[in-house]
Design a binder for this molecule. Sequence first.
Ligand code: ADP
Length: 390
Amino acid sequence: MSTFPKSAFAIAAITCIVLLLQGLDWIVTGALLVVWSGTLWLAAAKPPPQIERENRSSFSHGMMGELIEHSQTSIIVTERGRIAIANNSARGLLGAHIVGQDARMALRQPEAVRLLESDADGAAVVRGLARRRDIWRINRKQLGEDMAVIEFVNKTAEADISRAHTDFVANASHELRTPLASILGYVETLRDDVEHLEPGMADKFLATIQREARRLQDLVGDLMSLSRIEAEKHEMPSEEIELSSLVERAARDGAGVQRADRLEIVSEGTFTVRGDLQQLEQLVRNLVDNAMKYGAPEETVTVRVEPSSTAKVLLSVQDRGDGIAPEHLPHLTRRFYRTDPGRSRASGGTGLGLAIVKHIVERHRGRLDIESQRGEGTVFKVKLPLVQQD
Ligand code: ADP
């Protein structure tokens, strides 16, 4: 409340008494006193301190809100447990309705509530804040007595990468262990029973050992290729390469002598791309080998190099055969993904061929599309940017 101006009122009262003594009508004098003191009281009246504090506080909220509004990080500011400010990113994450709400109600998760209820600075990891599988780290910083800043850092992608890494190591170990176990088994049998083995049996065992050892060699080779390509992912290759002649050479290599009669190569001109020679050859070999393996055995595989939209060249590898069911298509380039593991292994597949293709295409700033029709066959299309010729 404002303090009444006692001294000014005293002056007004004394003046009125003097006026009364001077013979002024007491009703007029009384009215004068009422009006005067009322005016004094109004002039002296100040806004209540609480309102003033609110004004000051909303002014600082405004400033703080503006400062954090466009941050990519979701940030909220709480005042006595209620959300006073939520920046654009936080409103996108939790909804615009959270402003004014009790922060514990807005976040709900027990770990978050525990953090909000503590007065100290701290952090918590919360799952499923906005979507079921997402993971967030929440950092809380106390500001003075009443306020706290709460920051949300999305850790979902990091967790996904770490999970993919763990899965990859587990899958790779499994793939390596199987042929290794088989080699060890046959070697032990050969050593223990060498005198009792039927003629020709030892030779069969040795052939299996050789096949499994080759599989190990292919696997290790593909794993090393993959890690090398991944390591160079952000380095655009600088060598200028004529694609048609490279494709012709690598496609013949991929088909091998025995399957050469099934190969058809169509080149519609010459095309210069910026690329890594060995990687582009590996890409063509992998696609042609797959087309030969998974296409019908008597059908032709067509490899085509042709102009695409402006400044692009299109390389396509087409087989005729069973094709691939649509549900498999989005996963084909994942490491060790196979639609038919038995068939892949029987044909010497490592399950890494298309993952390697995908990484090579990405490194060359290209694009990979897979189109397949059940009962008709599959086309793998790779688009690469052309070198601009002056
Ligand atoms: P793999 O060593 O098993 O051939 P890839 O990564 O090259 O591994 O291919 C992954 C899987 O994709 C294969 O196991 C196969 O199921 C499928 N696939 C690849 N190319 C073709 C194709 N041309 N036709 C049908 N299926 C294919």
